[in-house]
Design a protein around this ligand. Structure first.
Ligand SMILES: Cc1cc2nc3c(=O)[nH]c(=O)nc-3n(C[C@H](O)[C@H](O)[C@H](O)COP(=O)(O)O)c2cc1C
Length: 363
């Protein structure tokens, strides 16, 4: 049975389908719970939350589902060098025309650009989500050990076989192998993201052969054919992002979700312009205009914070051209706005794809 895999057994879930976490406020308890309640593993991207918010989040997820779920953190164990006033003003100058256009005040420099990672870890260990997934690096093996001692399953994210080996050596329980088709940031951490762009079809068997722990395929999967293919390539589950982001229950604003169903969603590309890290997003005006300044943009996470300062006003004023519209290459395959319908379709389609293969073999 295709649903009986190392991941479904380990996590105690019915289907090897994981809803990818979304950082930057695009996750929702409703979406994660809907996926977990229909047999998959719902995830919540908690990168922007502080310790208390993480504890509150885990409590809210437990209330919304009695099934396993995952909380996701961005590995951030290098101190961020804060810019001085003059450097910050220079970085911010790129955004001044947009502040004027949206008629908002120039925001003041924050005390920090991202929450404290170790405080997030401490809170997550205390809250004990069933699964803690990591992206953008390899968590310290002491953290992985602390998770294991508390019964928390750990998942790491790799874009190359070497990254997968590093995660396995740190004691991680399972690995998301993310192909270049995926929406969101390239989570590469050993080599540059630009030189870690293997596509899902080529990456999955490489990673499956490189490590003994189960592999979860991510990138460009949005229907049952993709799930069946990933399982055949050696994955024990899939992680789907864009197709879940498009559902009504997701935390993405309506103008982002709507854009995913338009022809524009077929025009995605990779850029560092939005955040300072390579990200796959729909090409729009902000994408193109920031790209022309690419050499002078602020580093991550400062650029991420700066582009985020336009968000609330752009959403309120219905200006999708001034938002980072992250999306993967599966844009043309999106059909459902209901998480439950999407889950039913994915299950049926995978069943049918696996049956077709069996029939071909016996013909
Ligand atoms: C808007 C958006 C935000 C994302 N944020 C995160 C994140 O915070 N952490 C993470 O591990 N993956 C993140 N991802 C990656 C997804 O969880 C998932 O692995 C990826 O979207 C799979 O590729 P697909 O979009 O082609 O389905 C994000 C993806 C998108 C589209």
């Amino acid at each position: 049975m295709w649903t009986d895999t190392a991941i479904t057994r380990r996590l105690g879930i019915a289907a090897p389908i994981i809803q990818g976490p979304f950082g930057g406020g695009l996750s929702s308890v409703k979406l994660a719970a809907a996926v977990s309640n229909t047999g998959g593993l719902g995830s919540y991207g908690a990168n922007a939350l502080d310790g208390q918010q993480i504890k509150d989040l885990v409590a809210a997820l437990r209330k919304a589902t009695d099934k396993p779920f995952a909380v996701n953190l961005w590995v951030n164990d290098q101190p961020v060098a804060l810019p001085d006033k003059a450097a910050f003003a220079q970085f911010q100058a790129f955004f001044e025309p947009y502040y004027r256009e949206l008629d908002i005040e120039t925001p003041a420099q924050p005390v920090r650009f991202a929450p404290d990672y170790m405080m997030q870890i401490e809170a997550a260990l205390e809250a004990r989500p069933p699964v803690l997934s990591f992206v953008f690096g390899c968590p310290d093996s002491a953290i992985v050990e602390a998770c294991r001692a508390r019964g928390i399953v750990t998942i790491g994210t790799a874009t190359t076989p070497d990254e997968a080996r590093a995660l396995e050596a740190a004691g991680i329980d399972a690995i998301v192998a993310t192909g270049a088709e995926a929406g969101g940031h390239r989570p590469s951490f050993l080599k540059s993201a630009e030189s870690s762009l293997t596509g899902t079809l080529a990456l999955i068997p490489q990673v499956a052969d490189a490590v003994k722990i189960p592999v979860i395929a991510a990138g460009g999967i949005a229907d049952g054919r993709g799930i069946a293919a990933a399982l055949i390539l050696g994955a024990a589950a899939v992680q789907i992002g864009t197709a879940f982001l498009a559902c009504d229950e997701s935390g993405a604003p309506a103008l982002h979700r709507d854009a995913l169903f338009t022809y524009k969603a077929t025009d995605t590309a990779l850029t560092r312009a939005f955040s300072g890290r390579l990200v796959r997003a729909i090409r729009n005006r902000l994408f193109d205009e920031l790209e022309t300044q690419a050499n002078a943009l602020a580093p991550f996470p400062i650029q991420n914070w700066l582009s985020g300062t336009l968000r609330a006003a752009a959403i309120q004023q219905s200006r999708p051209e001034l938002l980072s519209l992250q999306a993967g290459q599966a844009g043309t395959r999106l059909r459902y706005r209901s998480t439950a319908f999407l889950m039913i379709a994915l299950m049926r389609e995978t069943e049918a794809a696996v049956a077709r293969l069996g029939a071909q073999r016996n013909a």
